[in-house]
Design a protein around this ligand. Sequence first.
Ligand code: GLU
Length: 450
Amino acid sequence: MTYIHDTIVKLQKTSPAQAEFYQAVEEVLDSLQPILETSEKYKKHAIIERIVEPERQIMFRVPWVDDQGNIQVNKGYRIEFNSALGPYKGGLRFHPSVNASIIKFLGFEQIFKNALTGLPIGGGKGGANFDPKGKSDGEIMRFCQSFINELYRHIGPTTDVPAGDIGVGAREIGYMFGQYKRLTGNYDGVFTGKSLLWGGSLVRKEATGYGCVYFAQYMLEAKDDSLAGKRCLVSGAGNVAIYTIEKLYQLGAVPVTCSDSSGTIYHEAGINLETLKELKEVRKVRLDEYVTAHPDAKFIPAAEYPADGHAVWRIPAQLAFPCATQNELTEADAQALVANGVIAVSEGANMPSTQDAVEVFLDARICYGPGKAANAGGVSTSQLEMAQNASMQRWSFEEVDEKLKVIMKNIFLSASETAAEFGEPHNLVLGANIAGFRKVADAMIEQGVV
Ligand code: GLU
């Protein structure tokens, strides 16, 4: 369709060298074809042209002093992408790979993910090319304070509400909130993912992983199947992977892998959750130490991965949960999963499968839950945290978990019913993108040319 093609060509000219951003835009726009063909109004109101352009992009210098007294400089970002449905909402990522393309792809995805939750939140994302690995507590604090010295003027509980993402957890949110409070004098719900001691919500830490497993459960139930007894591949060893593994065990499945940048653990007997938490949440060390406690497990170093993909996806299993990062699952990986009999893939990370890998899943007609649907439990629980802060209430673990389950169920139903409405019932990519787009686009039309 030339309208979509022209939009992407124009983006490549006006926002050069942003490959991940084009990838995310192309994936969404491609699946919007059927609705753009049937509804003239989106073209008339230039929704596509407007939706691919962030409302505001903030890029700033983040200078800080390391423990040796050297001055370091990083690049900070906050992309306020779309506020048609509510305040900008989305995480902050601290990782050396961060650049404008990565933050824009994440912000763009966030618009549709947040819309799909049915909650009143717009889309945004931010971060810095700061590498938290090996940094002392003092260095992390000074970096977070410097980051907020610029960002504080752009955020607020009804304007833009950041949270965590890769490299940003409760500790970083604490340092950022402290500096925000000092600069503004406001004690308010400007961040989510806060500590449980001062305004955080129960279940927020677990929510992305739990939600991703609930999503898999709903996909399987729709096929009269269940998680019970299924062997599962999980990639990653961060917050999302850990609580995906925890929920898989609770629902009777057997997760047999996890991974970090150093390599992959394959534990045939099932990943030991206690060891994993000790290594990653307490000691913050590399995964190779796992085999010291569990000599029956195997460690595959990253240097030994196949040239065309990742070792974790070559292990036979029935379910796959990519929970590490973007483009971690290639076309060859997807082919290996399908050949090994995988029946469902539920994405805990943002855009972990390449476009070609997604095609393999859709062609094979297996259950495929794209990240913007399957990992929306995190941001949904952030909105529940905002609701608790605004009403000065605190809900119990069970209450929040129950709400999370209902939200994930509604996301699944919304994506699958929309997919059916457009004649491709198995295609949750199409269903999620159209369902999210429709909400945002219709709100944009009602709010005029802004
Ligand atoms: N970073 C998470 C995501 O990708 C959570 C965002 C939030 O809680 O605002 O959705």
